[in-house]
Ligand binder design. Structure first.
Ligand SMILES: [Zn+2]
Length: 291
């Protein structure tokens, strides 16, 4: 779930938001397939495709992934791994069908593999709720090699107990860039829970908000040390994915790729998340200062 949709119920959404969009090519070896709310991120490596997240319905494999890969000319590539950022249904519901069709590994933290099954967050009127089998547990600091690419795992708890960020290099021509792909956005607590009353305690909500704030700092320290210059989120509206693609479509020869926002651009996105965490921690308790 994302902060932006937590105050809406599905029937308030414009139906156009759910329609498949044209797949986006961000770099020579990186793509996005989805709708205006959520999607699959696709990294092309020398040993096949590495996917990040699997959208919000069981059957997105047929509706989004297969036709999207065909349009991109990637449908003959094996799928080496499907990484999940976190255990909210809008990120994992399509994973099991992709796993059963392709035999790919599905990776997540052990905390969210459990959270996915037991959390109340995932039990709101979801008839097609099918929790995928997690075949590969990953943890903070791990590096997973896929031929010519390596995916680094960053534990970033707070949005969920085992939320993950991923970082890896992508290429355009002679240039190399480093993506920071972040998991969730925002924290849940009293007064901020999708469609109903918050089911956990105030102290748990504040603890998660502050934990997420710490994760933002940790993510930023990683980005500085590794010169991340591209910021992405599985929700396209939480990383300006379609507006940046529009800019790239109008790009003239020699102009930079709009997705390359530099370390300072990355910092701005992380600052926004950090602020949301700190404001939430205060909002969730009645011993807060005036906001
Ligand atoms: Zn979420």
């Amino acid at each position: 779930m994302s902060q932006n949709n937590q105050n809406n119920t599905d029937h308030n959404f414009d139906p156009n938001l759910f329609l498949p969009q044209e797949p986006v090519k961000l770099f020579d070896d990186y793509y996005f397939i989805g709708n205006k709310l959520v999607g699959f991120h696709v990294l092309k490596t020398s040993v096949g495709l590495v996917l990040f997240d699997a959208m919000d319905k069981y059957d997105v494999d047929d509706e989004f992934l297969i036709p999207g890969l065909q349009k991109l000319g990637l449908d003959q590539e094996p799928i080496a791994m499907l990484f999940l950022t976190h255990g909210h249904f809008d990120h994992y519901l399509g994973a099991e069908k992709v796993r059963l069709r392709t035999g790919c590994e599905v990776a997540l933290s052990k905390e969210d593999a459990a959270f996915m099954v037991y959390s109340l967050d995932n039990y709101e009127d979801k008839e097609d709720l099918r929790v995928p089998r997690i075949t590969r547990l990953v943890e903070d600091g791990e590096d997973l090699a896929f031929g010519d690419h390596t995916v680094h795992v960053i534990g970033a708890p707070g949005h969920t107990p085992g939320c993950l960020n991923y970082s890896f290099e992508v290429h355009e021509g002679e240039e190399t860039h480093r993506i920071i792909m972040v998991g969730g956005y925002g924290v849940f607590g009293p007064g901020a829970y999708p469609g109903r009353e918050y089911p956990y305690s105030v102290t748990y909500a504040v603890d998660q908000a502050l934990t997420f704030a710490t994760s933002c700092v940790k993510t930023w320290e990683y980005c500085k040390a590794n010169r991340c210059d591209v910021y992405l989120n599985p929700h396209p509206h939480l990383c300006d994915l379609y507006p940046l693609d529009e800019r790239n479509k109008n790009r003239k020869a020699g102009e930079p790729n709009a997705f390359v926002i530099g370390l300072e651009g990355v910092r701005k996105w992380i600052v926004e998340r950090f602020d949301v965490c700190l404001e939430s921690a205060q909002k969730f308790t009645d011993i807060q200062k005036e906001l």
